[in-house]
Every structure is written in structure tokens, then in C-alpha cells.
Design a protein around this ligand. Structure first.
Ligand code: UD1
Ligand code: CA
Length: 495
């Protein structure tokens, strides 16, 4: 996943991601927590793409190496800048600007923990800011519960006067429900000037970026607010409970978009689709299903219920029931499950079948081939139209190394077979049920079964008086009677 950074001179994006996120109580920095396939930081950078900035700076601090490494992976064009001691959002932006070689024009600042922000909203904020020619513009929202957030204080004419943090607010100000989303657009020069005047005269003893608004307004600069169309976009993430509610909101947003584009989702409340997943119209997703990572589902395919697909592709018209799959390719019209476990390197060709309690890994299952029940297929290639009987095990591991096996086209492997790798069963060959084989030439029958031996009367001698003994006696007595009278009718033999 990579975010394109195209060139529009005069815009700089700064993402604030240096904080620890104490309330997450986590060894992982807050901005690296994941939400349906992307980190919080990844979501924010995705929205920030709409700024079409010529430079993107991410302020890192707490576990900076870890955050910078993630950044290099998801947005290599963005530049991490270190805020060694986190002394507030104002200090963070100043450090970023100092690193930003004379940024001019518009500076867009985004908190790194506001993952539901949409690109359209960033675009609208910038447009409002640049068209009005204001010194600074803040994205705001009216929320039911403003707890913990900065309040928007307006003057008698309704103009933004200042932003006040909850812990520094008067009782009157605390009652305000219009809040700061932590997303801003600034004029670079005026921002730089205001940042040099920030104080730490507040409850936390930190430099607040939000004080820039009051400072600019007090010396007669115009500052503006841009009201978010959808207040959920402005929600921050401070603890795991908030992370879970954001995840549910994003789930609904993602599911609604897929349904509008023609995908059937039978139970959107229990269907979790990563933002990185691709679906085609007329795909059907049944309840309790998770589609993760680079998973794709083609049109007419049915996935679920109770399935988790990770980095797995599902071809057109395939059916995947109660399955856990990771790194698998499921071909068109293939049939998987219930209770199948497909591991990386599994490739099912068109109309292949993998059934109940079958595990596969590095396995190519050919067109129309079937592995219907209770098998392990590891490091193997199964030819088209071959049939692998119930309970067949590909014994791929000798304790030191894994070995590869091949079953040819239209071969038939009987139930409860062990194929001892490297095994080769030729095209059209048969393996008798209960065998352990390594090599069966094309068209041959491989059988390693010892001949059957029956010890007559064993139960009567060794288990006398048991239910088994009684059942056997009754059966034998009936057999004797049968042979004594009307033999033809009793045996049902027309001859
Ligand atoms: C901030 C705003 C508040 C707003 C809220 C929206 C300030 C002073 N307050 O509060 O008005 O309603 O966001 O969610 O800005 N960070 C740094 N360096 C620091 C401190 C923070 O990079 O020294 C980063 C954090 O990692 C985080 C973001 O800035 O991504 C916001 O910091 P946080 O501590 O969460 O601010 P809030 O108290 O939520
Ligand atoms: Ca926050």
C-alpha cells in the first residue's frame, strides 16, 4: 500500500503522531493500532492525500523508530521529523515547520488519531480556507458528548474567538458542544509567527497548537471554522473502547459503500471488511464473515457464513462456506467448506472442491479435482479431475525437510491413504483404500494393504456373555435358519 504524493506547490501536510496515547495502555504506539486493514496513521495519511501537498511531514516521538519504519512502508514519500520530548501539539508543528524548508502557502495539520476523516472533508476544508483567505481555519463538529475535546469559543457575532481545552475551560465553556476536530489549515507565514509566541501557561504546561487561533484573532487576523458534514469523521481515538466504536463506524461505512456498489451483505452488523479488500458486484457475503488484507471476491461468488479470508482471492461463482483461508487462490466455481482450512500457497483451479475438515498448504488442486473430506494436502499438486478419498494424508515432512508430491490427472486415491512424499501417483492410477504409497505408475493400482484374515468365533471365546457376543449369536442363528429354510427368498438372490 502506497500513498501517491503529487505536486501542488504551496501546500504542506503535517501529521501529528508523536504522542504515546497513554490511555491505550499499549506497548504499540497509538497511531499504529489498526482499524480494518490500516493503522490509524495510515487512515489519516489516506485522507491527507486529498491535500495534494508537495511535502508531507509526520511528527514522530514516542517509539519514533517504530512509527518511522511503518511510515517508510506505507508512505515512503512522507518525511518523519522527530519531536524528542512531546511538549504539546504547538511545539510539534513548530518542529515540523522548521524541518519543512520555508514552507509557504497552506499548511494542513492533522492529528494522527482521527482515522474516520474523509479525503473529501480535507479537500473542503482547504477550499474554504483558501477561498476565504483566512489566516487559519479549523474543522469543527457539533457533538452530543464533547468530553475531553477542545471547545470552539465564538464571539457575539459568531466569529471564532479562541479554542479552549476542556481542562482549561470555564464551566460555561465546558457546556459548549462545538468541538475542535484536530484538523486545520493555516497560512504558513502567519502560523510560523504565531507559533513563536505560544506559551505553556495552561493546565498541562504544554504548547497548544490551538492557541494559535486566539493569538491570530487577537491581533486582528481572520480565523475561520469549517463545519464537518458528518461529525463521526472528527472522532479521535484515545482508548480501546473508542477504537472499537470507531471500528464499528468504519465497518458500517465500508459495508454501505459495498452494498451501494452491488455487493450483497446479508448481515452488515457481523461482516467486517478491511478497507484494502476488493469486491465485485453480485458477490454475496453471509454473516459473521471477515475479509482481511488483500482479499478479493469476484461476482457471483458466495462467502460465509462464519468465514475469515486473509489475502485470499475468490473466483467468480465460487462457494466458500465456514472456512478459514490465508494466502489462498480459490478459482472460479470452486467449492470450499464447510470447515476447511486453506493455508498460504493453496491454489484451487476452476470447479475444484475442498470439503469438510480438509487442510491445504502449498497445494495446487486441479480443475474439477476433489478433496472432499478429512484430509491434509501439503506441498502437493493434484491433477485435474483427480479424486482424493476421505482421510488421505500427504505425509510431506520427514522430520527434517518438506517434500513435494504429485497426483496425476483423473487419478483415484482411496480413503485413508498415506502418500509418503515425495510421492507420485500417475495419471489415471488408483490407490487402494488404506494404503501407504510413494509411487504408482500411470494406470496402475497401488495397494499396500495386508490380506484380511477372519478368526471365526473369536467374540464367543474372548468376550462371552457381552452384548457383542449376544448380537453375534443371534446373527449366526438367523443365518443357520436362513440356510435351512427357503434359501433363495431369504438371501434375496434372484438366481
Ligand atoms: C487535541 C486538541 C483538542 C482537540 C483534539 C481532537 C490540542 C492542544 N488539543 O487534543 O482541542 O479537540 O485534539 O482530537 O491540540 N501530539 C504530538 N506531539 C505532542 C502532543 C501530541 O505529536 O507533543 C500528537 C498526538 O500523537 C496526537 C495528536 O497530536 O496524534 C493530538 O494529541 P492528543 O494528546 O491526542 O490531543 P488531545 O488532548 O486529544
Ligand atoms: Ca486525541
Amino acid at each position: 500500500m502506497e500513498f501517491r504524493v503529487s505536486q501542488v506547490p504551496g501546500r504542506t501536510v503535517i501529521v501529528l503522531a508523536a504522542g504515546e496515547g497513554k490511555r491505550m495502555k499499549s506497548a504499540t504506539p497509538k497511531v499504529l493500532h489498526a482499524l480494518l486493514g490500516r493503522t490509524l496513521l495510515g487512515h489519516v495519511l489516506g485522507a491527507a492525500e486529498a491535500a495534494r501537498a508537495d511535502r508531507t511531514i509526520v511528527v514522530v516521538g514516542h517509539k519514533a523508530d517504530q512509527v518511522a519504519a511503518h511510515l517508510a512502508e506505507i508512505a515512503p514519500a512522507a518525511r518523519p521529523v522527530l519531536q524528542a520530548v512531546q511538549n504539546g501539539t504547538g511545539q510539534a508543528v513548530r518542529i515540523a515547520l522548521e524541518a519543512g524548508e520555508n514552507a509557504t502557502g497552506t499548511v494542513v495539520v492533522l492529528n494522527g488519531d482521527v482515522p474516520l476523516l474523509r479525503p473529501e472533508t480535507v479537500e473542503a476544508l482547504i477550499a474554504a480556507h483558501e477561498q476565504a483567505g483566512t489566516a487559519a481555519t479549523v474543522l469543527v463538529a457539533e457533538v452530543a458528548d464533547p468530553t475531553g475535546l477542545g471547545r470552539i469559543v465564538r464571539d457575539e457575532r459568531g466569529n471564532l474567538e479562541r479554542i479552549v481545552e476542556e481542562r482549561d475551560a470555564t464551566t460555561e465553556q465546558r457546556a459548549l458542544r462545538e468541538v475542535n476536530a484536530g484538523i486545520y489549515a493555516f497560512d504558513a507565514a502567519l502560523l510560523r509567527e504565531a507559533l513563536s509566541k505560544l506559551s505553556t501557561d495552561n493546565d498541562q504546561g504544554e504548547e497548544y497548537l490551538t492557541d494559535v487561533f486566539g493569538l491570530l484573532a487577537s491581533v486582528g487576523h481572520r480565523v475561520g471554522v469549517h463545519v464537518a458534514a458528518d461529525a463521526t469523521e472528527t472522532l479521535g481515538c484515545n482508548d480501546r473502547a473508542e477504537l472499537a466504536s470507531l471500528r464499528a463506524l468504519l465497518r458500517d461505512r465500508v459495508n454501505t459503500a459495498w452494498m451501494r456498489s452491488g455487493v450483497t451483505i446479508l448481515d452488515p452488523a457481523t461482516t467486517w471488511i478491511d478497507v484494502t479488500v476488493g469486491l465485485e458486484p453480485d458477490a454475496v457475503i453471509d454473516q459473521n464473515t471477515q475479509l482481511v488484507g488483500r482479499t478479493t471476491v469476484a461476482g457471483g461468488a458466495m462467502v460465509g457464513p462464519d468465514s475469515t479470508l486473509i489475502d485470499t482471492s475468490v473466483g467468480a461463482g465460487a462457494v466458500v462456506l465456514r472456512t478459514h483461508a490465508t494466502g489462498a487462490e480459490i478459482g472460479p466455481e470452486a467449492n470450499v467448506g464447510p470447515f476447511s482450512y486453506l493455508r498460504p500457497g493453496t491454489r484451487l483451479a476452476r470447479k475444484a472442491k475442498v470439503g469438510a475438515f480438509v487442510e491445504t498448504k502449498n497445494a495446487d488442486v486441479g480443475e474439477g479435482a476433489k478433496v472432499p473430506h478429512l484430509s491434509y494436502v501439503g506441498d502437493a499438486e493434484i491433477g485435474p479431475r483427480a479424486n482424493i478419498g476421505a482421510g488421505t494424508i500427504f505425509a510431506n515432512y520427514d522430520g527434517l525437510k518438506k517434500h513435494h508430491s504429485v497426483v496425476g490427472e483423473a487419478a483415484f486415491v482411496g480413503s485413508d491413504t498415506v502418500l509418503i512424499a515425495p510421492a507420485e501417483v500417475g495419471p489415471g492410477a488408483y490407490v487402494a483404500a488404506g494404503s501407504a504409497v510413494s509411487n504408482v505408475p500411470p494406470g496402475a493400482l497401488g495397494v499396500t494393504r495386508p490380506p484380511q484374515r477372519n478368526v471365526a468365533g473369536w467374540t464367543a471365546r474372548k468376550r462371552p456373555g457381552t452384548a457383542s457376543d449376544e448380537a453375534a449369536r443371534r446373527a449366526l442363528a438367523a443365518q443357520d435358519e436362513g440356510t435351512a429354510t427357503e434359501p433363495d427368498e431369504a438371501s434375496g438372490d434372484p438366481a
